[in-house]
Design a protein around this ligand. Sequence first.
Ligand SMILES: C[S@@+](CC[C@H](N)C(=O)[O-])C[C@H]1O[C@@H](n2cnc3c(N)ncnc32)[C@H](O)[C@@H]1O
Length: 228
Amino acid sequence: MGWTSNQLNALSQMFVDFCGQSSRPALDIGAAYGVASLAALAKGARVIANDLDAGHLEELASVAGSEPRLQLLPGRFPDFDLPPASLSAVHASNVLHFLTGDELTLGATKIAQWLAPGGKLFVHAGTPYQQPFSLFIPQYEQRVAAGESWPGYVSDTREVSTHRRLGQIPRSIHLLDAQVLRRVFEDAGLTMEKVWYYRRHDLPRSMHHDGREGVAFLALQSSVSTLK
Ligand SMILES: C[S@@+](CC[C@H](N)C(=O)[O-])C[C@H]1O[C@@H](n2cnc3c(N)ncnc32)[C@H](O)[C@@H]1O
C-alpha cells in the first residue's frame, strides 16, 4: 500500500485548516496512521478516519486517546456509504491511485453527495512524472493525446519499470493528472477551485523526476439542491 508520510503536505494542511472551522465531520479516506486526521483533531475538527486496514486505524486511535470527535470507519472506499450532505470536507491523500477508473467515478459521485453545500474536497495523488515510471511517460502521453479516459492506469507496474524501489510500489497503480481529476469530479457535480503540480519533498530523492511528482486538487460542493 505504499508509504505514508509523517509530514503534512501543503494540500493536507489546507484540509486541516478548513475542517477545523466546521461543526460537521470531515472524512479522511486512506487515513493510515493519521498524519492528517490527528492534525485536524488538534484543530478542533470532528473526523471520520477511513482506511481499509483496521490495524492502521487502531494505531491512529491509540495516539488520539479517548477522543469523542474521532470516528473510525474501516472499509474500502468507495464501498461504504454516508448520509447525504453530512460532511464539511473530504481528504484523499495518496490513496486514489488504488482505484480503477470505474471505482474513481463511483467514489466521486459519493463524495459529491456526502459533502454539504460549501463543503470541500482535498485530493493529493501521484502522477506519472515520478522516476520509477519514467519509461511509462511516453505511453501515458500518447494515451492522453489519443483522448483515453484513464491514461495513467498501469495494470502491472513490473512491465513498465525496473526501479530499485519497485518492490514497495503496488502491482497495479492509477497514476493521476490534473485533467482526469478535473473531469471526474466536475462530472460528479463539484466545482474545481484549484489544481497544481508539485514536488513531493517527503518522497525519497530517487523517486523525483521533474517537479510534477504530485498533483493537488481542490474542489467545492457549490450545489444548494442537496440542502435539507
Ligand atoms: C500511501 S498510504 C497514504 C496515507 C496518508 N493518507 C498519507 O497521505 O500519507 C495509503 C493508505 O490508504 C489505504 N487504502 C488503500 N486503498 C484504500 C481504499 N480503497 N479505501 C480506503 N483505504 C485505502 C492503505 O491501507 C494506506 O493506509
